[in-house]
Design a protein around this ligand. Structure first.
Ligand SMILES: Nc1ncnc2c1ncn2[C@@H]1O[C@H](COP(=O)(O)OP(=O)(O)OP(=O)(O)O)[C@@H](O)[C@H]1O
Ligand SMILES: [Mg+2]
Length: 572
């Protein structure tokens, strides 16, 4: 429970009535003490008596605290197995989470910091006096940036008000955050949205609890409920409006990507027969880097594979990251993009800003598609942007995801005209990707496919909640005859959770040799050196995107020196 000066004042007022003495004991100015007492007087907790002799200071007399019935909480029997507890902050307010293992399911219990009765009453009164200042319709502003600006200025107002009471900076921050949540209509759902351990937040209807997908524990029931079907609908429409769309009886499905990168899918009853639904896929706030992908807990690929991909990015090979839904394609591609040398011009093309490049890549132009407006005008497609990008003299083009025939064709055209192209593509294995790319509806000619040098296959083991690079494969140089079979270089073995090199690369060596003149042995040695650098980075916790980017940019200006430093440091 949060202890505040308000509680101290209430406790003191039971035995001491001199305002001056109370203020001294609380270590706050007399005016601040009087201000707190005045708020508490409105709440009926204390009385302020002004003596007849006006030279004497007022006296504070304890009046009484109402008994607030404790809300019936979901109290779990002590025998339940608590798997984990942690806290995170939402607008400075500490939120605590307990993950509990029930026999049939796992449970996510979220609670805000608890306030005493006196502080609660105090805060209610402060809220009353501030309420007139809440901008009308503030929670309904369509423009996100505008809304954030309003929220920020209002937060400042709350803080200015609270500072009058000298409650101390920490308590002031927490109370200001709490007031902001209450007055700005941030529901519990918004609190969930601040927990970076959550990948997905789903509302199935108003009768069942909100469920979440936790990075570590998978699907969990929560102690949060939506009050009714209308609130779910309202929340969905609010999201729709923010992205200039609408959800209604005639258009009961909303599929939207928010500016934050989060993806939202909502459906209305009776399409979803148990009630209205909203599924939010949260965008990773801290971008993955090659080091965070290699290290535990992700452990998605090993150093040798990462070093090979580094060579591929260095020497401009084209590469697709493929895999199933949410297997980590975009995250892997984003992490790999840091391998691009810093003096190159990079153009990224996506539906929403998911890709984030390190600062050292200073010649980066991110482009974004746009949906048509409700009248059907103004659409900018992936294809429009791909064609445009070719006129912007890029060295490397990163396309968020290729879905359609024309997009695939333009990607190949770009490769043929000497650009390096990277993208993601939905399919489960390298062999399946080749099949899907060469048959309808994509129908690329098999003989053209060899412009793509490498395929990195991402895989998500839902049962064990693991994400692994399943395969790194080459597309063989096509003759255009027969079925193209990928050359699988690395494959993940699920049973042992390790990777095996199952065949030697062919094209990869050829391509490396073409660019550098290195022999197979030299290329292998170069791979080892890069591994040393990656291991050194991991050992020294160089994980954050800009730090990782900086090391790679150092590598490109002075590879040998960096290698020597890494090797020396690793051997101690
Ligand atoms: N290697 C990994 N280990 C653990 N979590 C990961 C890993 N890669 C990605 N994630 C998480 O998985 C979720 C989905 O990742 P991502 O968006 O990269 O997948 P995707 O395959 O591109 O999905 P989609 O099919 O929707 O495009 C994100 O929350 C991300 O942070
Ligand atoms: Mg993706």
């Amino acid at each position: 429970m949060l202890q505040t000066k308000v509680d101290e004042l209430v406790a003191l007022s039971k035995t001491e009535s001199s305002l001056i003495k109370i203020a001294a004991k609380l270590h706050i100015p007399v005016e601040a003490c009087l201000a707190i007492a005045s708020v508490l007087e409105k709440a009926g907790v204390v009385q302020i008596n002004y003596p007849i002799n006006i030279l004497e200071p007022p006296r504070i007399v304890f009046f009484g605290l109402p008994k607030i019935e404790k809300k019936e909480e979901e109290i779990h029997e002590k025998s339940q197995n608590i798997l984990s507890t942690y806290t995170f902050k939402a607008d400075n307010v500490p939120v605590s989470v307990e993950i509990i293992d029930f026999a049939q399911y796992k449970f996510y219990s979220m609670s805000l910091i608890e306030l005493s009765v006196a502080t609660k009453l105090f805060l209610d009164q402060v809220k009353e006096s501030l309420i007139k200042e809440v901008p009308p319709e503030s929670s309904d502003v369509a423009d996100v940036e505008k809304m954030l600006a309003i929220k920020k200025s209002f937060y400042e107002k709350i803080k200015t008000e609270l500072i009058k009471y000298s409650l101390g900076s920490e308590v002031t921050e927490i109370l200001a955050g709490l007031l902001l949540h209450r007055m700005f209509g941030l529901g519990e759902l918004d609190l969930l949205n601040k927990d970076d351990m959550l990948e997905e937040i789903a509302i199935n209807n108003s009768k069942d609890p909100v469920v979440v997908y936790h990075r570590k524990y998978g699907w969990l029931k929560t102690n949060i409920y939506m009050p009714d079907e209308t609130s779910i609908f309202n929340y969905a429409s609010q999201i729709a409006r923010r992205v200039g769309r609408q959800i209604a009886t005639l258009t009961p499905i909303l599929d939207a990507r928010l500016e934050t990168g989060d993806r939202v899918c909502a459906t209305l009853s009776p399409i979803s027969s148990h009630g209205n639904t909203i599924t939010i896929r949260r965008f990773a706030r801290v971008p993955w880097t090659i080091i965070s992908l290699i290290q535990e807990p992700a452990h998605t690929m090993n150093f040798e594979m990462a070093a090979m991909l580094w060579q591929a990015f260095h020497y401009e090979m084209n590469l697709f990251v493929i895999g199933g839904t949410a297997s980590g394609k975009t995250s892997a591609l984003n992490a790999l993009a840091s391998f691009i040398p810093p003096n190159q011009r990079i153009i990224t093309i996506e539906d929403t800003r998911e890709l984030m490049l390190p600062k050292h890549q200073w010649n980066w132009v991110p482009l974004l598609t746009r949906l048509p407006n409700p009248e059907g005008q103004g659409e900018i497609t992936m294809l429009d942007l791909m064609v445009t990008s070719l006129r912007m003299r890029p060295d490397r083009i990163i396309v968020g995801e290729i879905r359609k025939q024309r997009e695939a064709e333009v990607a190949l055209e770009a490769m043929h005209t000497g650009h390096s192209v990277y993208s993601t593509f939905h399919s489960d294995t390298a062999a399946q990707a080749i099949r899907r790319l060469t048959t309808p509806p994509i129908s690329l000619p098999p003989s053209d496919l060899d412009s793509i040098h490498l395929l990195v296959v991402q895989f998500r083991d839902r049962r064990r909640n693991l994400r692994r690079t399943l395969e790194i494969a080459e597309i063989p140089e096509g003759t255009g005859e027969g079925i193209l079979e990928p050359n699988i270089i690395y494959r993940w073995r699920p049973r042992t959770d390790t990777w095996e090199k199952i065949s030697e690369p062919i094209r990869f060596y050829k391509e490396m040799n073409l660019h550098t003149g290195m022999t197979k042995e030299q290329i292998e040695k170069d791979n080892k050196k890069r591994q040393t650098i990656l291991k050194w980075m991991a050992k020294n916790k160089i994980v954050q995107i800009d730090e990782v980017g900086k090391i790679f940019s150092l590598y490109y200006s002075n590879p040998d020196e960096l290698y020597e430093i890494a090797e020396k440091n690793l051997s101690v």
